[in-house]
Design a protein around this ligand. Structure first.
Ligand code: PLP
Length: 410
């Protein structure tokens, strides 16, 4: 049976993690894998999570099954966290939410729902987008296409080109949008751009599928979902995949949810029945432990307040590193354009250099980032920022020198 299977290349990010672990240099810097790190380089268990976990364990009387939709109180709290408690889609009973195994699980269930509802639909994804979007959505059998979004070389959002491309998409197609803290670019839409996009989606009858993996990492829990809330107010159908890996630090517990907004209550019930069947046919039920912790934090005023503070601390640490790296790079290169790093949001920015430079940064300086030059700013520390900036300046200089020499020879 397995004779036909050839060995696949390792997943790019997981492969990079393995290489980093094997590197014995004391200077090594991990800007690759997308996890938050504190000033000691750890990905901590949040204090609110530790306390909630104790409550969960103390109150647990059974390990019996929950349901294909997961925990009801988690789903209700998540919906309120994302849409706000009195959002018209909620009061109009047009929303249905199911817990899913992480943001990835929610994205995959959403993709399966789209395939069941409109198998011929194309899903339009941003260029660039998070690497795992392609296999997650594509392996459900849906057709994927890219729309222009961001140019890593000029550090500019291609908003007009994005609108122009989506304007040509057939009605019923789906547009995957990063709700905030775009991965990998860190470049988000402004409020005015969200509004223009909403008008286009309405006019062209396109369905938005929002990936919300970083709520609270941009400005704050409410501001980061302003675009999502407006979309769900103004459009009849919206899908939202949420993740609590980053903002609650629950990575390995696999906590996420799929929120679906439908045109009316009876459509919402029909959609819900399909979502439950999809979940049942893939993994039957989502894991409960992490969702129980998240539900406990969201329901308890004290724990929730601690979470808001801890989340602000994670966000501020990343913002501080953005400022520091931008300043060090500007000082090391004399190039003011590195200010883009400070202006962008969330955990990532694209340095905007060719793969050859990414390779040299790894081979010569032990600085690890993905091939597209995505940097996780949470991997920058006050003690290594000077080293990273000097290495980037050296390698970018040598790349420019090589390009100039090649041009002269040509
Ligand atoms: C853009 C984006 N979406 C979704 C996810 C899914 O996260 P998880 O499945 O770990 O909850 C991630 C995680 O890195 C992400 O960056």
């Amino acid at each position: 049976m397995f004779q036909m299977l050839n060995r696949l290349n390792p997943d790019a990010i997981l492969g990079l993690m393995t290489q980093f672990r094997a590197d014995s240099s004391a200077m090594k810097v991990d800007l690759g894998v997308g996890v938050f790190r504190d000033l000691s380089g750890n990905t901590p268990v949040l204090d609110c999570v530790r306390r909630a976990e104790q409550n969960v364990l103390a109150g647990q009387i059974t390990k019996s099954y929950v349901s294909a939709a997961g925990r009801e109180e988690f789903n209700v709290s998540v919906e309120a966290l994302v849409l706000g408690s009195s959002h018209p889609a909620r009061t109009g009973r047009r929303t249905r939410t199911v817990q899913a195994p992480g943001g990835c699980g929610a994205l995959r269930v959403g993709a399966e729902l789209i395939r069941v509802a409109t198998p011929a639909a194309t899903v339009h994804v941003s260029d660039p987008t998070w690497g795992n979007h392609i296999p997650l959505l594509g392996s459900s059998g849906l057709r994927l296409e890219r729309y222009p979004y961001y140019d890593a070389a000029t550090h500019e959002l291609h908003f007009e080109a994005m609108l122009e491309r989506l304007d040509g998409a057939p009605a019923g197609d789906v547009v995957l949008l990063h709700a905030c803290c775009h991965n990998p670019s860190g470049a988000d839409l402004t409020a005015a751009q969200w509004q223009s996009l909403i008008e286009l989606l309405q006019r062209r009858r396109l369905v938005p599928f929002l990936d919300l993996a970083y709520q609270g990492f941009g400005d704050d829990l409410d501001a980061d979902v302003a675009g999502v809330r407006r979309l769900a107010e103004q459009l009849p159908e919206v899908l939202i995949a949420t993740s609590y890996s980053k903002n609650l630090g629950l990575y390995r517990e696999r906590v996420g949810a799929l929120i679906v907004v439908s045109e009316n209550e009876s459509r919402a019930d029909a959609v819900y029945s399909h979502v439950l069947q999809i979940a049942r046919s893939i993994y039957s039920m989502p894991p409960d432990h992490g969702a129980a912790i998240a539900a406990c934090i969201l329901a308890d005023a004290g724990l929730r307040e601690s979470w808001v503070h801890e989340l602000a601390a994670m966000r501020d640490r990343i913002k501080a590193m953005r400022t520091l790296l931008a300043r060090h790079l500007q000082a090391a290169t004399g190039d003011a354009s590195y200010g883009f790093i400070e202006r962008q949001r969330g955990m990532f920015s694209l340095l905007g250099v060719p793969t050859t430079v990414v390779d040299r940064l790894r081979e010569r300086h032990h600085i690890y980032m993905t091939g597209d030059s995505r940097m996780n700013l949470a991997g920058i520390m006050p003690h290594n920022v000077g080293y990273v900036a000097a290495a980037i300046a050296a390698e970018c200089n040598s790349a420019t020198a090589t390009a100039t020499a090649t041009a002269r020879i040509a």
